[in-house]
Design a protein around this ligand. Sequence first.
Ligand code: KIV
Ligand code: ZN
Length: 532
Amino acid sequence: MNTMPEKIIIFDTTLRDGEQSPGATLNIDEKLTIAKQLARLGVDVIEAGFAFTSSGDFEAVSKIAQTVGTDNGPVICSLARARQDDINAAAAAIKPAAKGRIHTFIATSNIHLEHKLKKTKAEVLAIAREMVAYAKTFTTDVEFSPEDAGRSDPEFLYEVLEAVIAAGATTVNIPDTVGYTTPSEFGAIIKGIKDNVPNIDKAIISVHGHNDLGLAVANFLEAVKNGARQLECTINGIGERAGNAALEELVMALHVRRQYFNPFLGRPVDSEAPLTNIDTRQIYKTSRQVSNLTGMLVQPNKAIVGANAFAHESGIHQDGVLKNKLTYEIMDAQLIGLTENLIVLGKHSGRNAFRTRLKELGFELSETELNKAFVRFKEVADKKKEISDWDLEAIVNDEIQQAPDLFRLELVQVSCGDQARPTATVTLRTPEGEELTDAAIGTGPVDAVYKAINRVVDMPNQLIEFSVQSVTAGIDAIGEVTIRLQHQGRVYSGHAANTDIIVASAQAYVNAMNRLCYALQKNKEQQQVSRQ
Ligand code: KIV
Ligand code: ZN
């Protein structure tokens, strides 16, 4: 195995660490949709989940392994604690993949040993060694992470890494679990590992880091300069607390500044060869999809994929860009797949034109998904004369968003105005097929709709976030509503798009309620199983 590859390996953990963001919970079909898009994006490894944690996680990893883990597809990985039952679940879940990886971990910092694991260094060392050897009985591709490496005693870290590599680990991942290190410190940790772990040439050095101080991407780039060759990252940087290092930022930094990074990978300074396998033109689309499905909005000033990332507001900048783009732009928006928002279809466009344009935009839909999306397209085209690429994207993402269909919104009707008390009537179909109608008065039309839905679905919750964004400009624009609600400390998100923002608001709320309802059902099932 070449442990110093000429390209940086991109390990995407959106579906594992990213999904650990509060409220970002995805169902199996949504995970599969994202995994397919990650494969189109060209990631080398997909960490598809943590198979042991629930039957849903197991099934998602297994389905992704079956569907996306083809011969030419990415490596499919499952996380596992350094315990036999965890590793057994990971091994079974990744089995259908052509290339499967088990990623096992145990903490190595004094704080974690003393307060969390209540184990000695000798015990942790023995467990790490034994569990890597155990994982190795299932697959040749085993990754090991010393959790909280950023705060671990370096000498102990070297000892553990040497032992796990000897036991068969092919990748050793160095996590800055709490986002504590600074770039020069993190670079020095990687250099220390290269200099002090005698068998380090037998494994790839990977890095994983959280963004608590906003330093994750900078830390990773410093790690690359010191020998790291795999980067663990997520789309839009979602993840635990302040999130993980953002894939799009890492990839574009390595691309735009490749002349700076080339020498660190042993290449001539002016080599034009890409530093990763990522198809950068898929970045924007992947970002939108992950944001829509997880309900995690992208801040407008976010690097690379934020709405303002390529916008110029000041007169001086606009003047400069008109004269020559290079004055204020270091990369072309088309490089991340941000195409011009062309008007492409209208109400007379047929199914073939619809299918063809979606294909050009990189959507691969099943016949059933295409049928559903086409019906939605016709409804929208009746209200909105011209349908642009961005509208199409919103329609398709909305249609293939698979919030578990437990309650269905059948009707929403509001009356409001400066002389009227906002009143809403809603009809919902229950999972048992019963149609229930109720009405309520609220402080505004959305409040009235939500109160009416609450009268039908008795599931107390607190609305903690409500946001409306328009997909395009214009009075007939499609509005996208994203909401987050809280129930017993857990957050559930919902997203919907419609030319009528009241309908989108109602649908987003029903989607979030369905997620909540689904989670409660799953909890109940798990409690029943553990009682048996
Ligand atoms: O942040 C972390 O330490 C992790 C490990 C499991 C790799 O997510
Ligand atoms: Zn993490």
